[in-house]
Design a protein around this ligand. Structure first.
Ligand code: ADP
Length: 588
């Protein structure tokens, strides 16, 4: 069950996180895109304003440069004379010279009907001479006494140009003709075209008169009313151009759609001919800039994120290393501490052992002093009692007293035995150690306890090699250890059904081992430390003094050995004595 719940819980959560992350990313990208698009649009509009101002001033200066030339020419005596019907040949040459100097398309003089009577291009195939321009609005306004300005396609040359006309008056102010000049603006258009920018100029009717793109020229930005259309036709302003509509639609204050492409659109007015200069920037350029900035920002953000993640990962790794090192240090410190605790426990154990050993030793020392004085003080009276009893035995005595003397002799013998035991403590171990064979020691002890064992019905089993097992020690004292341990075993088996005493003597390489095992009552809960305390006994008063084990332990210690005791598995007790091998042997 548990293995199913985990993926069921985590999967949708992961999906939700993913959707949220994608949504946030998309949202941020969209906002970023909008902001950068707005920014680049305003930047582009600002730049376009600059460009349009430049185009406007070039155009105005191109138009203004010749504004006053017709006025000056209208006051030229040659012109006035020719208008009055004077010498037109001279004027032709004069006008040609002016036109060449001023780099104008043409300068020409019309009479009151509009017939060209003198022209700078008098000697060219497409001369204006003899042509009547009475239909042109600039002629008509000049005839009305105003300055005429007009853009149109040349009726004769079919080349577009800008016409400026001025009335020519004689001395009494009557208009005798009209002097006009034609300015070629195609150079300007060519320059715009080469510049690669989208610029065009529309007249008040909405017809494109100048354009960087020839395809837009003579196209209408809006529908031309029929009345205006016929006026244009009458003035032959655009020759036979159909003035079809341009696919043009303004889109808000800053945009326009031209041929299905959206452009940023900036305009400027040209005052005198009331034209409008249009400057267009393809919106896709701005979109590309905006996208580029979004992509650049995304890359930078991704880089920052990657660097951030890298730095974080490094920091985490460093922290992990540090914590691992700290944990290692802690573990080592713990181990040191544990070792120290172990050492301290061992030291405490040693101290405790030493303390109990000291207590035992001081008890034994006190016992030694006591034993010395007791054996000394009791020795004389016991010897005297023995003498008197011997004398009493020899002397004739009344009936019944023989038994008393016999009993007293027994008691005195026991007292002597006790003092003899106590004497052990009174005589500190002398330096009488020599190479002693443990097997021989056992044989000696065996002789001493043989009678007791036989009476008690004990089977003695021996497990020992025939050859000698040498130790460095005192033969008599070692014999005492055997005797003590075997005596205790015999007593412990008094009530046992099986009475087997097993004596094992073995050479175990590093040391020699003597084990005395019985099938007696066992040690119960008592430890060896308790039992080997002097005067500790479980026997009835008179049977034991509780000194046997104390004496044995002391002797074993003198020999640099150890005494151990434990209960046997099948019942009974087992006492083990370990003697170190002789130094020479160990070296061999
Ligand atoms: P004692 O024999 O005079 O009592 P010991 O010092 O020799 O003094 O022994 C002390 C006590 O140890 C004994 O009273 C006895 O209870 C116990 N003990 C010694 N050896 C054995 C054994 N082989 N089996 C059972 N108990 C024993």
């Amino acid at each position: 069950m548990a293995t199913w719940t985990l993926p069921r819980l985590t999967r949708p959560r992961l999906g939700a996180w993913l959707i949220l992350a994608v949504a946030i990313f998309a949202g941020v990208t969209a906002i970023l895109f909008e902001v950068s698009l707005g920014y680049f649009q305003s930047l582009e509009l600002q730049r376009s304003q600059g460009r349009v101002t430049l185009y406007r001033s070039t155009l105005i200066s191109a138009l203004d440069r010749y504004q006053h030339l017709p006025y000056v020419l209208a006051r030229d005596p040659y012109v006035i004379d020719a208008a009055r019907g004077g010498d037109r040949e001279v004027l032709n040459r004069r006008l040609k010279d002016f036109a060449e100097q001023a780099a104008l398309d043409a300068i020409y003089l019309m009479d009151r009907t509009g017939l060209t009577v003198s022209a700078s291009n008098y000697d060219e195939p497409q001369t204006f001479l003899g042509q009547n321009y009475g239909f042109r609005p600039y002629f008509q306004s000049a005839m009305r006494g105003d300055r005429g300005q007009f853009f149109g396609i040349g009726a004769t040359t079919l080349r577009p140009g800008f016409f400026i006309a001025e009335p020519v008056r004689d001395s009494d102010g009557r208009i005798r003709g009209v002097i006009a000049l034609k300015l070629d603006l195609t150079g300007l258009e060519t320059a715009w075209n080469r510049g690669g920018e989208n610029v065009f100029v529309s007249n008040p009717d909405g017809v494109v008169v100048l354009s960087s793109d020839p395809a837009w020229r003579y196209k209408a930005l809006e529908a031309i009313p029929d009345t205006r259309r016929s006026a244009i036709r009458n003035g032959r302003q655009f020759g036979n151009e159909p003035l079809t509509a341009l696919h043009w639609r303004p889109d808000g204050p800053d945009f326009a759609v031209l041929n299905d492409t959206r452009f940023l659109h900036v305009t400027a007015g040209i005052p005198a001919p009331q034209w409008t200069l249009h400057f267009l920037v393809d919106e896709r350029e701005v979109l590309v800039q905006a996208w580029f900035s979004v992509i650049a920002a995304t890359i930078v953000a991704a880089l920052i994120l990657a660097i951030g993640l890298y730095v974080r990962a490094r920091r985490i790794r460093a922290a992990l290393h540090a914590s691992q090192a700290a944990r290692r240090k802690l573990r080592l410190a713990n181990m040191d501490l544990a070792r120290e605790i172990e050492d301290r426990k061992a030291a405490e154990q040693r101290l405790e052992t030493a303390r109990s050993e000291l207590a035992r030793t001081s008890k034994l020392a006190a016992l030694g002093q006591l034993a010395a004085s007791v054996t000394h003080e009791l020795g004389q009276p016991i010897a005297a009692m023995k003498n008197y009893l011997a004398a009493a035995e020899m002397a004739p005595r009344p009936e019944g007293q023989g038994r008393i003397i016999e009993r007293l002799t027994g008691i005195v013998a026991r007292m002597e035995k006790l003092t003899a035991q106590l004497r052990f403590f009174a005589q500190p171990s002398a330096d009488r150690f020599s190479e002693t064979d443990l097997i021989a020691v056992w044989r000696g002890a065996q002789e001493l306890i043989a009678a007791d064992a036989r009476i008690a019905g004990i089977d003695i089993v021996e497990q020992m090699p025939p050859g000698p097992i040498p130790v460095h020690g005192d033969r008599l004292r070692l014999e005492q250890v055997f005797v003590n341990l075997v005596r205790n075993a015999i007593l412990a088996m008094a009530d046992s059904a099986t009475k087997t005493l097993t004596v094992t003597i073995a050479d175990e390489g590093r040391d020699t081992r003597v084990v005395i095992a019985d099938t007696g009552c066992g040690l119960g809960d008592a430890s060896l430390e308790d039992l080997q305390e002097p005067f500790v006994t479980t026997r009835a008063s008179g049977d034991g003094m509780g000194l046997g084990l104390a004496i044995s332990a002391e002797i074993v210690k003198e020999h640099g050995g150890t005494l151990a005791a434990r209960n046997r598995e099948g019942g009974g007790a087992e006492f083990a004595v370990c003697f170190p091998l002789m130094a020479e042997e160990r070296a061999a």
